[in-house]
Design a protein around this ligand. Structure first.
Ligand code: AMP
Length: 287
């Protein structure tokens, strides 16, 4: 496994691989890998000849008040996990090279997809995400890029950007990987104290409750949201940012739960912000 930090070297290597007929799978991450990331890597490994993982904590997607400086890092551990997952190349560019001092060009997916949910709570976040993903796609030129359903809105925005800009890459989505007790895996889970970790289980419990109530026939989004907020509010240190039932493509809020409605949740527990989601109305049980 090779580790590449130079943008030009990455571009040249990737272009050579593409020209020699190899298919390229790309998994962008901010590192501190967990089983969720590894599931994306396994998908890429299965589908393509060459598997590229990027590890880059992207400064433009963090607001000044957010956790850029304390975002967890362990390159040695990431490297071992990546190697075991069959990664061919890790691309870990330097922030100064990705965003030189004279950098002024951003990719902005406008409109309702980016104004709501995470976009409303974290202004500028998706501009940073769309910009860095476009840059990484341009440098690597992968055939497929694998993302997690965990960041549901991010996935919808990236798919829209790929469609709108005619980018030549297939976006692949993998389901949310959870801890055995149901908490969605996230690099940020390490921030949680034992007590906060316990309280965070309310998120999964809420998604499970709501899911089973919908399966037994409830179709009113208002009733479902009342139920969800009631359960979450029982946790003393948990502050609800949003709980919404949305159309999975437009992310418009719905009044009636339909097949494919997605429930999206964001909460703050102590200093940690957690997000999760689940497609309601599916026959399959939430895992
Ligand atoms: P991050 O390193 O948090 O930026 O995430 C990199 C990629 O991993 C994104 O596509 C995420 O959606 C995905 N991811 C993060 N957590 C999970 C999870 N628990 N299950 C599946 N994919 C995940």
């Amino acid at each position: 496994m090779d580790i590449i930090s130079d943008i030009k070297e990455m571009r040249v290597r990737s272009e050579k691989a593409r020209n020699s007929g190899l298919s390229i799978a790309f998994v962008p991450t901010m590192g501190y890998l967990h089983e969720g990331h590894l599931s994306l890597l396994r998908e890429g490994r299965e589908r393509c000849d060459l598997l590229i993982l990027s590890i880059f904590v992207n400064p433009t997607q963090f607001a000044p008040s957010e956790d850029l400086d304390r975002y967890p890092k362990d390159f040695q551990r990431d490297r071992d996990l990546a190697e075991k997952a069959g990664v061919d190349w890790i691309f870990c560019p330097k922030a100064e090279e990705v965003y030189p001092a004279d950098f002024v060009t951003y990719v902005d997916v406008t409109g309702e997809l980016t104004n709501v949910l995470e976009g409303a709570s974290r202004p500028g976040h998706f501009r940073g995400v769309a910009t860095v993903v476009t840059k990484l796609f341009n440098i690597i030129r992968p055939h497929i890029a694998v993302f997690g359903q965990k960041d549901f809105q991010q996935l919808a925005i990236i798919q829209r950007m790929v469609d709108d800009l005619n980018l030549d890459v297939e976006i692949v989505c993998k389901p949310i990987v959870r801890e055995t007790d149901g908490l969605a895996m996230s690099s940020r889970n390490v921030y949680l104290s034992a007590k906060e970790r316990q309280q965070s289980l309310a998120i999964f419990e809420t998604l499970c409750n709501v899911s089973s109530v919908v399966r037994s026939g409830e179709r009113s989004a208002q009733a479902i949201l009342r139920l969800a907020c009631g359960r979450l509010a029982k946790e003393k240190d948990l502050v609800i940012d949003y709980v919404k039932c949305c159309d999975p493509v437009s992310l418009h809020e719905v009044e009636k739960i339909d097949s494919d409605t997605v429930m999206l949740v964001a909460v703050k527990i102590g200093k940690t912000r957690l997000i999760d989601n689940h497609i309601l109305c599916q026959e399959v049980q939430i895992q």
